[in-house]
Ligand binder design. Structure first.
Ligand code: GTP
Ligand code: MG
Length: 149
């Protein structure tokens, strides 16, 4: 059959924000990890959708590893989740994760607080998510797919 288009995605954000949990939920059930531990350096994860073959660089958010992030921008087709997205024109998907927590900010409030409306040089989208239940993740992935095709 037709080969799926290969897409590299960089997943960035603070430590403990739920990046690995989000990526884990996007993988097929039989390849999902049961226990998620803080990422050391980064992990490379792969999964497919109907039209795309994703390779995700799931970066550690810990301060001592954040210097690794910049080395992976150049090979990426999209970015998930990062506050300093510099001058690349590639699409950025923000997950406002842990929306199940009582004091979670709404995605509208986050958009205002981070002035995401100022981002006009690249497509971006924000989704509220609960990575433990998998809520909101498909919406984000659908948007990303639409940007890349
Ligand atoms: P680093 O690898 O250290 O950068 O962290 P990370 O961003 O990959 O976070 P990780 O996926 O390891 O999740 C950290 C903790 O948050 C884990 O205990 C998760 O179970 C929890 N968590 C992730 N997503 C959610 C969510 O949507 N809601 C709640 N309540 N907890 C979550
Ligand atoms: Mg992680």
């Amino acid at each position: 059959g037709l080969r799926k288009k290969e897409v590299n995605v960089l997943c960035l954000g603070l430590d403990n924000s739920g990046k690995t949990t989000i990526i884990n939920q996007l993988k097929p059930a039989n390849t999902q990890a049961q226990d998620i531990v803080p990422t050391i350096g980064f992990n490379i994860e792969k999964f497919k959708t109907s039209s795309l073959s994703f390779t995700v660089f799931d970066m550690s958010g810990q301060g001592k590893y954040r210097n690794l992030w910049e080395h992976y921008y150049k090979d990426s087709h999209a970015i998930i989740f990062h506050e300093d997205i510099r001058n690349k024109k590639i699409p950025v998907l923000f997950f406002a994760n842990k929306m199940d927590l009582k004091d979670a900010m709404s995605s509208n409030k986050i958009t205002q607080t981070l002035c995401l409306g100022n981002i006009q040089d690249k497509p971006w989208h924000i989704c509220a998510s609960n990575a433990i239940k998998g809520e909101g993740l498909q919406e984000g992935l659908d948007w990303l797919q639409g940007q890349i095709k």
